[in-house]
Design a protein around this ligand. Structure first.
Ligand code: GLY
Ligand code: MN
Length: 396
């Protein structure tokens, strides 16, 4: 079976859509940065998801995409800047291609230059356009300033009459509505995750440690073609099941415990995000069953509310109503879910649901005083009709 992937033409049409948004904003310039590498042996580099979404390039730290809809030369409306070659460094980090036809056709971008030429090109374009539009999300006052705004502020200080505008909603709105190819990648991530959860059930036995469950689920992902998890696996038993982002995964599993397993494979950059709660001895106590059934009922109510036009707050309310009626209102301490895509907590357009959006639905009840935690999470594709549960193959 052919692996799902995003075609070069789809990346090109995403860039064309952003160019149209910039053109409507007075032919503003947009800059999208891949972000720097931190030269780590311990973890893989990933580009900024906006950069990945618009280029599909995942191995070029410090790359920059310059979008200039008013450029008089059509081929220069999209410009990609890559770090210069460095043969000595590349003996350590891997060899890179020269700028030429093979590279241009691989990326589907005809103007590729080195980052050493970026400052001058930006000055020239900004001097003509006199307008710079932020595409990256804005930062809170105590976080580093968003990368394109940082560049634009420096530029505007040097270019008389240049103004900076806010197009930060453009990319979240685009990224939230998945294409057919994106849904296929996400379905593959979900299917691989289903294999992992099947392997985890076998490992979730008293006598094993929580880590054995993590190892089983992640080993199955890799065997099935996922190169990495979408986020750090949470495998918590007993009291640890009540800690939302428990990561130690180090305790021995005790008979009678509930296990909350929150884990997802990633495929072609796209995340799955699933939680199941198991009785490690094979049977729930009456109290565990009451809590489990309440969470499941709340989850099904929220999934039924996942219709085009519904706000996330209404979906949240559908689940909260069930949990509140059962007397557990104070034990549901987080929101109902989030958008899912290239990021596990994906770009949030903060708009009503639309066909093509993928969100998680993950109600939970957490009672630390009873070492009792239950969460159930699925990945839901909004359609014109009934919502499609991408993770339906994982039993609950
Ligand atoms: N899977 C972890 C979370 O959604 O926060
Ligand atoms: Mn989640």
């Amino acid at each position: 079976m052919k692996a799902p992937a995003i075609a070069a033409t789809e990346f090109a049409s995403r860039r064309a859509q952003v160019l149209r948004a910039l053109a409507r904003d007075g032919n503003a310039l947009g800059v999208v940065l891949a972000g720097d590498a931190d030269a780590s042996l311990s973890h893989a580099w990933r580009p900024n998801p906006n950069f990945e979404y618009l280029t599909g390039i995942t191995d070029e730290p410090a790359a920059i995409l310059l979008l200039d809809p008013g450029h008089p030369v059509k081929a220069r409306r999209v410009q990609l800047y890559l770090r210069p070659l460095n043969p000595e460094l590349e003996r350590w980090d891997g060899f890179r291609d020269e700028v030429g036809s093979p590279l241009k056709s691989r990326y589907g971008i005809s103007t590729i230059m080195r980052t050493t030429a970026f400052s001058r090109a930006l000055l020239e374009s900004a001097r003509r356009a006199k307008r710079l539009a932020c595409l990256h999300s804005l930062a809170a006052h105590n976080a580093p300033i968003s990368p394109d705004l940082a560049i634009f502020k420096e530029s505007a200080a040097r270019i008389p009459g240049a103004t900076i505008s806010d197009l930060t909603k453009t990319l979240p709105a685009m990224r939230a509505v998945k294409s057919t190819a994106e849904v296929a990648c996400m379905q593959r991530a979900a299917d691989i995750t289903a294999l992992g959860f099947a392997a985890a059930v076998a490992a979730a036995k008293p006598g094993n440690s929580e880590f054995a469950v993590q190892e089983a689920v992640e080993h199955a992902y890799k065997s099935a073609g996922s190169r990495e998890t979408a986020y750090r696996t949470i495998a918590g038993t007993g009291f640890n099941a009540t800690v939302l982002h428990y990561h130690a995964n180090s305790k021995p599993i005790q008979a009678g415990d509930l296990l909350v397993l929150d884990s997802g494979a990633s495929f072609a950059g796209y995340a799955a995000d699933v939680t199941r709660t198991f009785a490690v001895s094979g049977r729930f106590t009456a109290r565990q069953k009451l809590v489990y059934d309440t969470v499941l009922k709340a989850q099904l109510a929220a999934i039924r509310a996942c219709k085009p036009g519904a706000k996330m707050s209404a979906v949240d309310a559908a689940a909260r109503k069930v949990i509140t009626a059962a007397g557990f209102a104070d034990a549901f301490i987080h929101g109902i879910g989030h958008h899912l895509g290239l990021e596990v907590h994906d770009a949030d357009p903060q708009t009503a649901l639309e066909p093509g959006m993928v969100i998680t639905i993950e109600p939970g009840i957490y009672i630390p005083s009873e070492s009792l935690g239950v969460r159930i999470e699925d990945d839901i594709l909004i359609t014109r009709g009934a919502p499609r549960v991408l993770t339906a193959a994982i039993p609950k």
